[in-house]
Design a protein around this ligand. Structure first.
Ligand code: SF4
Length: 74
């Protein structure tokens, strides 16, 4: 099986319906996710580096609304 994170082909997505703008994700992945003035996450739309993907996985796991997804599609 190919490791998409190692290839830099995973990207972060947010479900805007589920996200409530709590902002916990930015605390769990501060090098990737920032918060806009309303508390909603902002992050690079393109592929993540393996290091970014590792950090973002903590935010995905820690989101209380399960609004973040690491997308493996190309
Ligand atoms: S932790 Fe989840 S619910 Fe909170 S701002 Fe981030 S994505 Fe949205």
């Amino acid at each position: 099986m190919r490791d998409r994170a190692a290839e830099g082909t995973v990207a972060l997505r947010v479900n805007p319906i589920q996200c409530e703008g709590v902002g916990m994700c930015a605390h769990l992945a501060p090098e990737v996710i920032t918060i806009d003035p309303w508390g909603f996450p902002m992050f690079p739309l393109g592929p993540l580096t393996p290091e970014q993907a590792s950090q973002v996985q903590r935010a995905v796991n820690g989101c209380p609304k399960r609004a973040l997804v690491l997308d493996n599609r190309r």
